[in-house]
Design a protein around this ligand. Structure first.
Ligand code: ADP
Ligand code: MG
Length: 253
């Protein structure tokens, strides 16, 4: 019957769960809750796995693995708050800006995972790949199709905006996407450029203003400062030289 009802996790773990219920002297209600809990947990796990595959994250990164002590410019409370995903529920934008190597992509992936855990669909793409998709879609007469695909995920993560300048046509295409998603889905953008540079990045100040107008209307910003975490690790392991520290009294002993 459990097979027919497709309660496969309950079926597969039935003996163990019933033994556990007996051992813990659970009431009928508690036993039923234990069995249903196992099924629900299994389905959640499977859904998270599938949605994670669909999101196409380039790496596995988690908030637990993020070293906040190494990044004092970030407020852990603000990040934890974002991990609760109310901004995704509201369709807000999140901008993570800072120099290379400070953990922007790490946080973007980690927050993307949190969004999936909270039941939202996510798609991760680099700004370059997104532009390529849009430009190609445009030239093949499939722009509408691409825009509608890219508007479906509740959270679109656009990584590395600003590393490469846009060609002028691309800025217009990005604008179309942002307007399409505006107040419907969230967008998370990581960038090494501050907002005032976006006109230069996009090669079009009018389009940049129009994009920013929509993005910043309901938005959150994380600004990360400081040194590259990658280089810091290398410096620690002695692979590259540490910044010389002034000699201290007694250091020559
Ligand atoms: P960015 O996108 O800002 O260039 P990344 O997120 O790619 O930087 O970070 C570079 C590498 O350093 C990644 O492997 C990332 O996981 C790691 N990293 C960066 N900052 C931290 C941190 N505070 N704690 C743990 N790992 C970090
Ligand atoms: Mg990055």
């Amino acid at each position: 019957m459990l097979t027919r009802l497709k309660l496969t996790a309950m079926r597969d773990r039935l003996d163990g769960l019933l033994d556990e219920a007996a051992r813990c002297d659970l009431s009928l209600r508690e036993t039923l809750a234990l069995l249903c809990g196992a099924e629900v947990a299994h389905r959640d796990e499977r859904r998270i796995q599938m949605d994670t595959a669909i999101a196409k994250f380039p790496h596995q990164r988690t908030l637990e693995a993020f070293d906040f002590a190494a990044q004092p410019s970030l407020d852990p409370k603000q990040v934890r708050d974002l991990a609760a995903c109310r901004w995704v529920a509201n369709g807000d934008a999140l901008l993570i800006q800072g120099p290379p190597g400070v953990g922007k992509s790490h946080l973007a992936i980690a927050l993307g995972r949190e969004a999936i855990r909270h039941g939202y669909s996510v798609l991760f793409t680099s700004a370059t790949a997104l532009v390529t998709t849009l430009v190609k879609g445009h030239s093949e007469g499939k722009l509408e199709q691409r825009l509608s695909q890219l508007s479906k995920p509740r959270l679109l993560i656009l990584d590395e905006f600003g590393y490469l300048p846009f060609e002028p046509a691309a800025a217009h295409l990005l604008f179309q996407l942002i307007s399409r998603r505006y107040e419907r889905g969230s967008i998370l953008i990581t960038s090494n450029r501050v907002v005032s540079d976006w006109g230069t990045v996009l090669g079009d100040h009018v389009v940049a203003t129009a994009i920013l107008d929509r993005l910043l209307h309901h938005s959150h910003v994380l600004t990360i400062r400081g040194d590259s975490y990658r280089l810091r690790e290398k410096r620690r392991s002695g692979l590259i030289k540490a910044t010389p520290v002034p000699a201290q009294a007694g250091a020559s002993e």
